[in-house]
Design a protein around this ligand. Sequence first.
Ligand code: RFL
Ligand code: PHB
Length: 392
Amino acid sequence: MSLRRTQVAIIGSGPAGLLLGHLLKAEGIDCTVLERQPRAHVESRIRAGVLETVTTDLMHRLGLDERMNREAMVEDGFNLADGDLLVRIDIKALTGKTVVVYGQTELTRDLIAAAAQRDLEIVFEASDLALHDTDSDHPSVTYVSGGVAHTIECDFIAGCDGFHGPSRRAIPTDLVREYSHEYPFGWLGILADVPPCHDELIYANGPRGFALASMRSPTRSRYYIQVPQGESLASWSEERLWDELEGRFNGISHHGVTRGPALEMSIAPLRSYVFETMRHGRLFLAGDAAHIVPPTGAKGLNLAASDVTYLADALIGHYDQRGEAGLLDYPQRALARIWKSERFSWSLTRLMHSFPDQAPFERRMQMAELEYLASSQAMQTVIAENYIGLPL
Ligand code: RFL
Ligand code: PHB
C-alpha cells in the first residue's frame, strides 16, 4: 500500500487528460495522470483527424508543436456532396481561418513523449481506479498498479476518462441531468497507406447513406461509411468496403479511390450526449467524460481541448490566489460552447445520413438544403464558422 499527495489527480490519458496535465505542469502545478490502458494501446487508438485552432493553439502554447507544424496538412476548405452535387465550403475565404489534419494518434504521441521531459507523471495500467470524497476538502483516488494498492490524496480530481470511465458515475444521480440521443447507424472506418481520393475532405450523402473521404497525410487515407446500428465488422471484407467507397467517390473526387491493405478497420456508434453538471465539489469532468458528439463535423477532440482550456484557467486562477470564481463558473463556460457544438454535429448528421425510417419528403428536404447551400454564401458561412470552431 502506498500513500502520496498531488495537487490535481487527472484520470485518463486521452487528449483531455494529457493536455490538462501539460497545461498545469507548465504553471508549476503538481499533477499525476492515471490511465487504465497500457501506453502502446493509448498511442495506437485511431480516432479524430481534424483539429481546430483551439486545439492547435494549445500545442503552440505548450511548445509541443514542432512535429505538428511540420506534418499537419492545412485545409482551406472541405466539401459536402449529395449524389453528383459537390459543394465546396471555402472556410479560409469565408472565415479567414483554416483547420488542420493531424491525427489524434499523433497528438497523443507528442503529448506522451513530452511528459517525461517535463516531469509530468503518467501511470499507465492503473486498474480498479475509484474516486473518494469528491464533495469534501480532501478528495482522493485509489488504484492498483504493479499489484500494489495506491492512494493519491489531492486538492482536485479532473475526470478526463472518456465516455466509459468512472468519474461521471461518481456524481450522485439526483444532482445531474443527462441528455442523450442515439442514431440508428454507426461509422465503419478504414485506414490505409494509399493517397487520398481528393485534396480536401468530402462528406457525402446519397441513396446509400453517408460516406466520408478523409486523410492523415498525402499518402495515408481515412474513409468512413454509414452502417446500420449493431452491424458486425465480420460482415465487411476489405474488398466489399473498397467497392462501396469507389462507388461513392469515383464520380465526384479528383483522383479517384486507390485501394490498399487496411491498417485498421473498426465500427463506431454515433450518439449525442451531454451530462450536466460537469462539477461536483472538487471533481471536474472534461471531454468525452461529460459529452459525446457524433463525429460528423469533427468536434469531439476539439471540445475536449476547449474544456481543458477553461479548466486549466480555473485551476491556475485558484493556485494564483485569484479566487474560486473560475472553478465555480467552469461548467457554465464549458457547456455554452458544448451545446453549440452539439447542435452543429447533430444538424450535419441529420443533413448527411440516410435514416431507416426516412420518408421521401425528408430525403427531398436534405437534397433541397444542400442545393440551397450551394447557392447561398450566408449558409456556407454558417457551416464554415462552425467547422473552424466557435470562439472560446
Ligand atoms: P478519450 O480519448 O476517450 O480518453 C479517455 C481516457 O480515459 C481512460 N480511462 C481510464 N483511465 C483510468 N481508469 C479508468 N477506469 C478509465 N476509464 C477510461 C481511457 O483508457 C482513455 O485513455 O477521451 P478525451 O480525452 O475526452 O478525448 C475525446 C476524444 O478522444 C474524442 O472526442 C474524439 O476522438 C472524437 N472524434 C473526433 N473528434 C474531433 O475533434 N475530430 C475528429 O475528426 C473526430 N473524429 C472521433 C472521430 C471519434 C471517433 N470514434 C472512434 C468514437 C472519429 C471517430 C471514428
Ligand atoms: C477523420 O479523419 O478521422 C475524421 C475527419 C472528419 C470527421 C470525422 C473524422 O468529421
